[in-house]
Design a protein around this ligand. Sequence first.
Ligand code: PEP
Ligand code: MG
Length: 552
Amino acid sequence: MEKIIGITASDGVVIGKFMFFGTQKPVVEKASPLSADLEKERFHSARREAIQTLRDLFKTAVQEAGESHAEIFEVHAMMLEDLDYIEYAESLIEREGCTAQWAAQRTGEQFSRIFSEMSDDYMRERASDVEDISSRVVRILCNVKDLNLNDIQDKIIFAGDDLMPSQTIQLDRSKILGFATQKGSRVSHVAILSRTLGIPSVVGLGSGLIDYHNKTAVLDGDNGILWIDPDKATLAFYQQQIRLRQQEEKDMAALIGQPNQTADCITIEINGNIGCPEDCELVKQNDGSGIGLFRSEFLYMESKTFPSEDVQYEAYKKVLEAMEGKRVIIRTLDLGADKKVPYFNFDAEENPAMGFRAIRISLSQREVFTTQLRALLRASAHGKLALMFPMITSVEEVKKIKQIVTETKAQLIHEKITVAEDIELGIMVETPAAALISDLLADEVEFFSFGTNDLTQYTLAADRMNPKVESLYDPGHLAILRLLKFATDNAHKKGKWVGVCGESAADIRLVPFYFYIGIDELSVVPSAILKLRSAMKDLDMKSLRNDRFLNI
Ligand code: PEP
Ligand code: MG
């Protein structure tokens, strides 16, 4: 039995077969016993097979995940038809008398180098694509088959090096018991996504997971542990944990329809965080009061170009209609840092998390911002919309935003388009600057929502994406609690309401603190809504008189 410690990303325990989905490295020989013509024929036949596979993948992905997710397969197929690419490989075979696989590998490396040296961001991104298509051809030539989830019948623990949000969305969830990855951190967007989907996950497990391929494993998402070849006692322990959790889930379901309140009847609103319109169903199943954070940038990440006003309007309208008059807080574009799109020209930055991202992009690319605002304001006619702006650091930014919102609204009304009259405007308080000038910001908006994921990384100087500083990244740190209390008091003094939408909103240990400072709303991944309701049921604020929070 082996125990590997990682970082808990989504809770729950699963037992099953552990399968590592990574690329097995083929051995590529240079010298060929065959003639150049025969090697060229081998190269073309592998290339044709790869193109056919990619076109099949494209068709499946269109049906299962939509055209925007599928497009990458078509791009890869087209790259394999590129004449420069083909000629380079052929000339290597002729010149070097080498095998087709060696030529394909060298061609991939050469084109990848050329792409990676280009100044254009989009072209630089193609460097990994050209390596990807070349290694596909090499694997065919060396007869190395990749593991495909479609070929697997049973449910498995899916392991990999890392996962991109778009990959996670595309996987057939009916076959996945849990996720285990070598890289990643608790507040990376992939971890947030697996929590939204309610799939137990442990990330940051370190390299070498491939060695456990096909073994039996226990994935303990509650404690961030992966057990390989568990012994009888460990298995029995976890089987009991699973039974307890099933009972807990039944108990949770009994809480549907009940209020979110403490034993001494103090209430709080609990909303759901979502990344796409389909997630509304999960919020409703878990009895959320509404949507406290719709990360609108996921719409941009799923698309091959900037989504048009109409495409965005349809998505926002879908969410507002699904929530049937309950409040829906949509956050404007928060691209940048770890959320990049190939069609947007991101220059390389030393510190992207503190660079050109979120509202900074919206305010400098006015057309992008206005397109989104027009879509949002048009959609406001279909439900109860609130708008929220990310990464605020100054009052001037908020004044500028409000002016643009007012102008956009006036333009729509001039075009005889209906816009709701009562749209609340709020800001994310996710920089120490915003918390420290919260008295002034509270004059400008109707609500604050604490983005504790970023507030923690900026306040404690601990990168949220870096597993090495995970132990320093503590949303319960006194510095964060003080900022939360300070800004909440400032908002309440001005009669404004306050929420928390970062991941620590679901941290049960912090619930008494949230009540103590008078937080009005918590917004969490859908699967955490009922857990929070359950955790606060037995809380009696009067009995907390000696709690450590009272001395912050
Ligand atoms: C946050 O920073 O807490 C937040 C909710 O936003 P995101 O995780 O998308 O940066
Ligand atoms: Mg944030």
